[in-house]
Design a protein. Structure first.
Length: 571
């Protein structure tokens, strides 16, 4: 029988079918101040209108530093500081439409800068602070920012590679900039600014942010999202994260990634929620303690983090009071059914998978808090989104059949371009009438969509096509397996064979016996051709800095393909 985690009927989305059928994007206009004459600007809607309204003294941000210190900013304070920053940028010669990159650790000033840039009509380019000099240089050379906001440490780290660029940006330094000739301090930019600076009225299709995403080959691409993305970001936090004004919300994604801004900053602030930002890195105890300390109600994270919490052991959960938490959302990678079950059994919380991409700007497919969850499925399209599984002619394939996951173009948060690369942008629309996501999937009879893999990751073995996700999910059900990545390895006889890279849970030793045991364990759970004919135990898996497993690195190692761009590879 099909596995279902039954709905609890709670949440903002009362009845999915009706909401989906009757939905119209214009029904959301009234949720925004611009419909009453305010500026059309993401910063005005996320911060300024609360800064002067009923929520002005409410905490918008608790910024939890690695040192343990917390800086809390109300909407009013954030509105004032970001206005000062916006005005200061103008005085510095930055104009509407200019890119301003923010290369900072997750401090409160990162948030002030992002809001300030978008408020003055600039295009914010958040860069994850763990990016190395080469990755930063690629992005700066591509995006040509007028200014970069950074810290003395990160400035020193990247100076040598940035110095040779033909149009060097201005540097705004957070912290002591004495001795850094030609730079200006963050404090001075604020001082130069004007706290009554009003958000610039933008066109809905003007970009407010550029997010770099890793290409499978070649250089990273700069995805531009427009101000009108606010409609879908609001819908995402309302229906997918199920947030309300009284909620404390923690999204663990760095603002360098689309999740970290769309549903990490802007979305929750449109509804007036309080957000938590943590500067430090992953540590199971610290993460549980953040939920306890700030009484987090909704937590948005990624499958990798959830698997790491599982690896830390079930006993640890009992040391913390997680009673504030209503539910968890997960995005960015496939969420194994085993992890969803663990959420219910150990955390006593539902974990809601949702699917989207940098290019889609906001969640597009989800297992909603108010609806049944099918573990292992990504859920159903968000109201206002048409998602289908199509063949290469754009025809929908029958229920249960594999095809290309595609979206009907025109949703509000759809990217408006790839910076400086119109050819690359057009490639997404090569199937007539559709935006092609590059993922393989199938739809079931109830309209739930199941992820099979990136089109590039699909394994062709013995004449069959196989997505790595189902094999990986079967592998991690084995008690000694913490994580796994599955790729196709070239094979004369079978075209490719299934090869699994496995990270063991603590307390397990690699051995031939264990390989055999794991193979037998998954063999009975999978199609006859799908079990791994080769297993290799590894200490870690190659991941992007946003935590996604990079299967193509493993595949290249097996001689299957070119390694491609590695600038996004974590250390
Ligand atoms: P990015 O633009 O870097 O966020 O990557 C987007 C890609 O991540 C998608 O095309 C999928 O391959 C993958 N992805 C995102 N969310 C999910 C999900 N919920 N389930 C499976 N894959 C996902």
């Amino acid at each position: 029988m099909e596995e279902i985690i039954a709905r609890e009927g709670l949440g903002n989305l009362k009845d999915y079918q009706t909401a989906y059928r009757e939905f119209n994007w214009s029904s959301m206009d009234k949720d925004f101040d611009w419909s009453r004459g305010g500026s059309y600007n993401v910063a005005a809607e996320a911060v300024d209108r609360h800064g002067r309204g009923e929520l002005k003294n409410k905490v918008a941000l608790h910024s939890f530093k690695a040192s343990g210190e917390v800086r809390s900013l109300t909407f009013k304070e954030l509105s004032r500081l970001s206005s000062e920053f916006a005005g200061g940028l103008l005085k510095l010669g930055v104009s509407k439409g200019d890119r301003v990159f923010v290369y900072l650790d997750r401090t409160s000033e990162l948030f002030i800068a992002l809001i300030g840039i978008t408020k003055m009509g600039g295009i914010a380019g958040p860069l994850f602070s763990a990016l190395g000099p080469e990755a930063v240089r690629d992005r700066v050379a591509d995006g040509g920012p007028a200014a970069i906001v950074t810290s003395p440490y990160l400035y020193h780290r990247t100076q040598s590679v940035l110095a040779g660029l033909p149009h060097p940006p201005k540097f705004i330094i957070l912290g002591d900039n004495s001795g850094l000739g030609g730079t200006i301090s963050f404090e001075d930019v604020l001082k130069e600014g004007d706290q009554s600076f009003e958000a610039v009225d933008m066109d809905p299709s003007d970009p407010y942010i550029i997010h770099y995403t890793s290409g499978s080959t070649g250089k990273p691409k700069g995805v531009l999202l427009p101000h009108r993305a606010m409609l879908q970001q609001l819908l995402g936090v309302r229906y997918v994260a199920d947030l309300g004004q009284d909620d404390v919300y923690w999204c663990t994604a760095d603002p360098g990634w689309v999740t970290g801004t769309s549903v990490g900053i802007f979305g929750p602030w449109y509804v007036g929620a309080t957000i938590i930002s943590f500067e430090g890195r992953f540590d199971a105890r610290t993460w549980y303690s953040i939920i306890e300390k700030f009484k987090v109600n909704v937590w948005f994270t990624a499958p990798t983090a959830l698997r790491m919490l599982m690896k830390a052991g079930d006993a640890m959960v009992k040391d913390f009071d997680l009673s504030s938490l209503r539910h968890i959302c997960s995005a960015g990678e496939p969420l194994n059914p085993h992890v969803v079950r663990w959420g219910v059994e150990v955390l006593h919380r539902r974990i809601h998978d949702n699917w989207w991409q940098t290019e889609t700007g906001a969640p597009c497919i989800a297992n909603y808090p108010s609806e049944n969850i099918k573990p292992g499925s990504m859920g159903r399209p968000v109201p206002g989104i048409v998602a289908a599984v199509v063949d290469d002619q754009g025809r929908e394939v029958p229920v249960g059949k594999e095809g290309f996951l595609a979206l009907r173009p025109g949703w509000p948060s759809m990217m408006i371009g790839i910076w400086g690369n119109i050819t690359r942008y057009r490639e997404y629309f090569y199937v007539p009438g559709w935006y092609v996501t590059g993922d393989q999937a199938f739809k079931d009879k109830d309209g739930y969509i199941w992820f099979l893999g990136r089109a590039d990751d699909v394994i062709k073995t013995s004449g069959e096509r196989l997505g790595p996700f189902e094999v990986e999910s079967a592998l991690i059900e084995h008690p000694s397996v913490a994580e796994s990545a599955v790729v196709g390895k070239p094979d004369e006889l079978r075209g490719e064979i299934v090869k699994a890279f496995i990270v063991l849970r603590p307390g397990n030793e690699p051995s031939e016996g264990l390989k055999e045991e794991i193979t037998n364990f998954v063999r009975v759970r999978l199609a006859y051709y799908a079990y791994p004919r080769e297993i290799e135990f590894v200490e870690t898996l190659p991941k992007t800095r946003s935590g996604k497993i990079m299967r193509r690195i493993l595949k290249a190692k097996e001689g299957g393909s070119d390694v491609g761009d590695t600038s996004m590879l974590d250390d």
